[in-house]
Ligand binder design. Structure first.
Ligand code: BTN
Length: 322
């Protein structure tokens, strides 16, 4: 209902909309309309209310609430259900709980702040309020569990494209799942899966995007290695629009990944967004370090590294250092 009221106020941003008109359009009482207006104000919207004239929207805050994300979202599946929290330990944790409770394909879990945001390899993920996009998608692709890790590569294509289009600067993928501008990271992906031997039950695709931080707002230890879309673009971005853009780029790629049964048909597209291929890399794997030139990515998403001796080593899981 709040979405509907907000939509009406947005469509008439330059004029007052009578309470009566909103009541009729939404099929609710005047008291109910007033209650929703108060709730919108509590969420940071400024709405002028004038006797005998009605309501006029003066200001919309930069929030990642369902009403902001849904307005103008053009996807069919991703983000059609949205669960929002002002604060949560980790959207991946909440999404996992909801997935076990039966949440539908494409459900988006999003929070303004995470108090226990999780990164890869057990690291913490810096997730302050009001500055980033901390979100997790619940996906249920009908694929064998062997293909689950490839979803990360698919998401990375969408994120890189979305960020280039939002900032006007070229973003790129550092294999397997980091999005960079130049030598600094602006986004990470954490994919977690529940499956049995032949079937994926659900995947939680967690995405953390540094959107509006200033350089000085990153903790000291991240300042040299992290960047935000705002720093790259030179102006702040509306976080709900960032989410819309990511979902819009991701949906057709995700559908292709499900339809074609994995990542292989998207391999060339991944390479176009890559900043890894052609670079000298040091891959820190569970079985030791490998140094060489990243020459390709194979059909399964493994990074192919040519060592000094000319041998090609396929790397399935590693931390890559340039
Ligand atoms: C990485 O280490 O690069 C992955 C970072 C993933 C962070 C996101 S933020 C939303 C979701 N919830 C989490 O706790 N982590 C992921």
């Amino acid at each position: 209902m709040r979405d509907k009221i907000l939509k009406i106020l947005r469509e008439h941003q330059d004029e007052y909309v009578s309470g009566e008109m909103i009541c009729q359009a939404c099929g609710v009482s005047r008291t109910a309309v007033w209650k929703h207006i108060r709730e919108l104000e509590e969420r940071g919207y400024q709405i002028d209310a004038v006797r005998n004239r009605g309501y006029r929207l003066l200001y919309s805050p930069d929030v990642v609430t369902p009403e902001e994300i849904i307005l103008g979202l053009k996807t069919d599946v991703l983000g059609r259900e949205i669960v929002y929290r002002d604060q949560v330990a980790s959207t991946n944790e909440l999404a996992t709980e909801l997935a076990y409770q039966g949440a539908s394909e494409g459900t988006l879990v999003v929070a303004d702040q995470q108090t226990g945001g999780r990164g890869r390899r057990g690291r913490a993920w810096f997730s302050p309020p009001g500055k980033g996009v901390w979100m997790s998608l619940i996906l249920r692709p009908k694929l064998s569990p062997a293909y689950a890790s490839q979803l990360t590569l698919v998401a990375a294509i969408a994120l890189s494209r979305a960020f280039s289009s939002l900032t006007g600067q070229q973003a790129g993928i550092k294999w397997p799942n980091d999005i960079f501008f130049g030598s600094k990271k602006c986004c990470g992906i954490l994919t977690e899966m529940h499956a049995d031997h032949d079937r994926i039950h659900h995947i939680v695709l967690g995405i953390g995007i540094n959107v509006n931080m200033e350089s000085s707002e990153f903790p000291e230890e991240l300042r040299d290695i992290a960047v935000s879309l705002r720093i790259v673009k030179g102006e702040s971005l509306v976080r709900s629009k960032v989410i819309q853009s990511v979902l819009t780029y991701l949906e057709p790629l995700y559908q292709q990944y499900v339809r074609e049964g994995g990542f292989s048909s998207l391999r060339e597209e991944w390479k176009l967004e890559s900043i890894t291929i052609g670079r000298n890399v040091r891959a820190v794997t569970p079985r030791g370090e490998i140094e060489g030139t990243a020459v390709d990515i194979d059909e399964a998403g493994a990074l192919c590294v040519m060592t000094e001796s000319g041998e090609i080593v396929r790397i399935h899981s590693a931390e890559i250092l340039f």
